[in-house]
Ligand binder design. Structure first.
Ligand code: UD1
Ligand code: CA
Length: 442
């Protein structure tokens, strides 16, 4: 099917309750900003265009949008000042002049809403097209601050009453408006210019458009969310943590459904955009950041931190207090204890002893280290990058491999600074090798 319709994302609000200098929609959860989650929701509707209404910190928000996968479909519309949700749509009117098909409205601060719910909204909107509109509702445990859905005696939608304008009876209505709508473009263009701001806030309410549909006898279909948690709007840092948890649970469940054994979901943090192969075990207190790729049959954790750019091939194992950043770890390679693997390329079947540090940063630049297949890095080795450890080579416990050093294949290097052990006779080699503390293996 070809792309259809327009999505408008309302993201102009200041978000003062976040108590943060950072614009609200640029706060991150599970490795993505609020606005990035919502742009993904928008993309799931396969629209022709996405309009993002920006106001507060518009330039920063625009820059974030430009970095994302939706950038080509996106256009930012500046709303200044912010005179209400209806006003936010009014400023989009020029951009919507020739829009056809549905106009969906999403909020920039509702990251938990699922593409599945939006799909249902879209289908219902199709059922009531071309004259009717559809909207999402929910019955959350706490309704304060939200607009209530007022219905006629026959149950048909009548209007949305803002919390502050509710009568005591209306305050008892359990069904609330989420602010997510699908309007037919033609009628939206007809009603928006007629909005008035004669309400307690002096704002132009988008909710009044729904009332206009109903009073003109046009259908307003409501789609109630089965899980009201999807409607979570982020207005405070506490909401951000709540929404993060909801998204985290979803991500962990997706991994588990694909055969990843997550021992303790409550202490496992895995961002969006992480790939993990089947049969891999993730042990408690582990943090895995966006973009990390983990093969099948690996073991990660407990207490492991995998940062961006890290790739673990099949059967690799990273254990407690190991951090990897921008590093490739070959099949079957193990680093089980207390290591920092930064900007490293490590081959297959290598053993990285306890306390090994890849000193990748010289204070100005980051440098890479290469460790080839089957290398044995003794406990407490420091490799000052750039460096190279050849296939099958060994470093002794506590060795400091200085900057630029190249340890050849099968060579043995020991000491501070590390020097190659030379082998003049078989006997000598044996005694020397015995003298090397190979440190912790498994
Ligand atoms: C609105 C609805 C209310 C609904 C609630 C769900 C109206 C009048 N009320 O409440 O029925 O229950 O959402 O959360 O629509 N925004 C702009 N420009 C503006 C004002 C808001 O872009 O001028 C954006 C905000 O950044 C936010 C969203 O619109 O993402 C909702 O704004 P908010 O002020 O939180 O909604 P309410 O008016 O409280
Ligand atoms: Ca809100």
């Amino acid at each position: 099917m070809s792309r259809a319709g327009t999505v408008v994302i309302l993201a102009a609000g200041q978000g003062t309750r976040m108590q943060s200098a950072r614009p609200k929609v640029l706060h991150e959860l599970c490795g993505k900003t609020l606005i990035a989650w919502v742009l993904d929701q928008a993309l799931s509707l396969d629209p022709e265009r996405i309009l993002v209404v920006v106001g507060h910190a518009a330039e920063e928000v625009e820059a974030e949008i430009a970095r994302g996968p939706a950038s080509e479909l996106c256009e930012c519309v500046v709303q200044e000042p912010q005179a209400g949700t209806g006003h936010a749509l009014q400023v989009c009117l020029p951009a919507l002049a020739s829009a056809e098909g549905p106009v969906f409205v999403l909020y920039g601060d509702m990251p938990v809403l699922t593409p599945k719910s939006l799909q249902t909204l879209s289908e219902v909107a199709g059922d009531v097209a071309p004259e009717g509109m559809a909207m999402l509702t929910a019955c959350p445990p706490l309704t304060s601050g939200l607009g209530r859905i007022a219905r006629a005696p026959d149950g048909a939608f009548a209007s949305i009453v803002e919390d502050r304008d509710c009568t005591p009876e209306e305050l008892c209505i359990e069904e609330v408006n989420l602010g997510v709508y699908a309007f037919p473009a033609t009628q939206l263009r007809e009603y928006l210019p007629r909005l008035k701001n004669d309400n307690s806030q002096g704002e132009y309410y988008l909710t009044d458009v729904a009332r206009m549909f109903a009073s003109d006898g046009r259908e307003v279909a409501t789609v109630e969310l089965a899980d009201p948690d999807e409607a979570l709007g982020v207005n405070t840092i506490a909401h951000l943590a709540e929404a993060r948890w909801a998204l985290q649970v979803r991500l962990l469940e997706e991994h588990m459904a694909r055969g990843v054994a997550i021992e303790d979901p409550a202490t496992t943090f895995i961002d969006a955009d992480v790939e993990i192969g089947p049969g891999t075990r993730i042990l408690p207190c582990t943090v895995i950041r966006g973009g990390v790729r983990i093969g099948a049959g690996c073991e990660v954790g407990p207490f492991t931190h995998l940062r961006r750019g890290s790739v673990l091939h099949d059967g690799a194992e990273l254990g407690n207090f190991c951090e990897a950043k921008n590093s490739e770890i070959g099949a079957g390679t193990k680093a089980k204890h207390l290591s920092y693997l930064g900007d490293a390329q490590i081959g297959a079947g290598a053993n990285i002893g306890a306390g090994t540090i890849f000193a990748n940063y010289d204070g100005t630049h980051k440098h890479r280290t290469v460790v080839e297949d089957g290398a044995f890095i003794g406990s407490g080795t420091t490799i000052v990058a750039p460096g190279k450890i050849g296939a099958g080579a060994t470093t002794g416990a506590g060795a400091v491999i200085t900057r630029g050093a190249e340890v050849g294949p099968n060579e043995v290097w020991v000491g501070v600074p590390a020097r190659r052990l030379t082998r003049t006779s078989v006997n000598e080699t044996e005694s020397e090798t015995q003298g090397i503390e190979r440190g912790a293996a498994d």
